[in-house]
Design a protein around this ligand. Sequence first.
Ligand SMILES: Cc1cc2nc3c(=O)[nH]c(=O)nc-3n(C[C@H](O)[C@H](O)[C@H](O)COP(=O)(O)OP(=O)(O)OC[C@H]3O[C@@H](n4cnc5c(N)ncnc54)[C@H](O)[C@@H]3O)c2cc1C
Length: 294
Amino acid sequence: MLPEFDLLRPNTMPEALAMLAEQDPDVLPLAGGTNLIVELRDGHRSPKKLVDVSRLRELHGISREEGHLVVGSGTTIAELLTHPLIAEHGRPLRQAAALLGNPLVRNRATVGGNLANASPAADTAPPLLALGAEAELVSRNGTRRVPLRDFMTGVNQTLIRPDELLASLRWPAPPARSAAGFYKIGLRKADACSVINAAAMVVWDEGRRCREARIAIGAAAPRPVRAPAAETALQGRPLEPGVIEEAAHLAAQATEPIDDIRGTAAYRRRMAEVIVRRLLTQIAEAAGKWEVEI
Ligand SMILES: Cc1cc2nc3c(=O)[nH]c(=O)nc-3n(C[C@H](O)[C@H](O)[C@H](O)COP(=O)(O)OP(=O)(O)OC[C@H]3O[C@@H](n4cnc5c(N)ncnc54)[C@H](O)[C@@H]3O)c2cc1C
């Protein structure tokens, strides 16, 4: 059964921020409710007040601004799936959206809720880390931006202060010579929490050598992680099988997985290597095709 709480429904951002600024630890933002309402029902949380942020127009919309993609935190997962700017400049995020939950969940769940909930297995986190996203946080005291890699600090922990809202996510539009992808392993094909997930993005030069790489892995540490040693190992090198093999191995070393009901730590580490290798192989194929097309 749901515990009792007051549902506050602000129509404007100043109203919402004033409600959160009460500094009452018992006040929580509510977006789609697909995590929060489940937690209330299970008795894991018992806030006295929920601030419904779904009417705040500032949290909605997907746009391109000064070479960056900007996605409002209130954007639903279903909207990510159909928006042309995400198809063009956020391919791994679109792939993750297609595999998150089921159609009912995707219609309500928001990207902001997915990140603010900070599950280690959150499916939108690795793609946004691979894209190099920043999170914009807003409060009555102003706005601040933090790299997404610093935003999630542990299991269900983020840098969001109680008086702040996650307003948007932004990342630089990927250059022409780049490719990116997302991969997820669950216990079944649909409506499954990730046992392991990963995303990668590579930018290459005229000689098809890697100029920049970002690799992110989820469900294998207290928070989704980047794999810096693997990224460095790719720098300046062509995406050949031996190089990919080495990077995938290093990426798996960046994980700190645990045994749980969905899989063992050893399985997760092994699969991290497998899916990063697959992603980099697909990116190498895309790089090859790009060369042929010019
Ligand atoms: C059946 C089912 C299947 C699911 N499958 C998946 C899956 O495959 N992959 C996956 O990653 N997740 C999955 N989820 C989890 C959930 O749907 C997602 O995490 C979803 O994106 C959460 O978004 P929401 O808008 O519903 O968040 P809410 O439940 O409204 O909020 C989640 C948390 O974020 C906070 N919050 C929300 N918005 C803001 C904001 N703007 N600023 C600050 N804090 C905020 C809330 O206070 C709360 O703590 C599933 C859930 C269900 C019920």
